[in-house]
Design a protein around this ligand. Sequence first.
Ligand SMILES: Cc1ncc(COP(=O)(O)O)c(C=O)c1O
Length: 365
Amino acid sequence: MSQKPTVSPLALPHLKELHAYQPGFQPKEEGWVKLNTNENPYPPSPCVEEAIRATMGDTIRLYPDPTSSELREEIASLHGLRSENVIVGNGSDDILNLLTRAFSTLSETAGFTSPSYSLYPVLCGIQNSGTIQIPFSRSMALPIADIESCDANILFLTSPNAPTGVGFSNDVLRSVLRGFKGIVVVDEAYADFAKENAIELLEVSPNLVITRTLSKSYALAGLRVGYGLAASDIVEALDRVRDSYNVNRLSQAGGLAAVRDRSYMKAIVQKICRTRDFYFEELKSLGWFTYESQANMLFAEPMNARGEVGPEVALGLFEYLKSKKILVRYFPGHALTASFLRISVGDEDQMLKLSETIEQWLKNA
Ligand SMILES: Cc1ncc(COP(=O)(O)O)c(C=O)c1O
């Protein structure tokens, strides 16, 4: 029988209460329809493999460029910024971690909306920083007044939000940036799937940080590349707390090739958005409430054949899909998520298999 792991008695006291981040299940064997971690169903640009193979030669014995300078420059020119406005990380999680380290403590608190990306409270827990949770209502509109009155030193917002896929307009973000005096992090992990993004606000907002990832739209979750965009004094603070070699050689080379082949990324994103919008209509035709999504996920409230919704129904469908080797994500720990399932948008075949399996569930449940 496996024993619950214990924390060393010498570890810092706050770590005894800490729950590590729970990543979505990654099955080891083949044959699953994997719609649980918002990965891209399509392969990355072929240029990525080429670049990684070329790097595998003699240079792999050497340390990587500590600042990922070429990638910073490419990302800067992509967004019309300067390289001192860019920091590259081992996934955008790395950047979120650096932000928490640089801008929050017990007294300099961190705020985040809830429900949202569940890594933020974990990072705050590691840092032992004070936290302020700003609750959404079921509408999932951004609670601007609560944000303005919150006196956190740093605030994490996800737009489009996870797990709902709801995007916040730049007009809404502008009023947050005007009203909130600390650092505002807009986590744009899903921005390439959205109608709008906050890049233009960087010029007028010295307290704005945008984080992006190559894990979703560029189909590179396994490579671990993300980045942050901000005023140069914020980037300088993050560089001071960063690991010296935080992005390895292969990831820098692959990331650079991916960003340079932007038209490939746009083509696969377009396919995913088409599938998402088609599937959204399909869920609506079942009578299921689903948030309008600007990301590569749909957050839907399943309804059984008797017209019932709720946590039992959502859990029942989650388990049924799992028994048919389809993985989606269920978040039972929050009143606003417990009746919903988050479905990553897969390719057309995967979504068809999902539809057929839901039909069987509706007949059998
Ligand atoms: C909102 C949000 N931010 C960041 C990430 C992590 O991205 P990365 O793979 O770049 O660490 C995710 C991953 O699911 C996410 O949902």
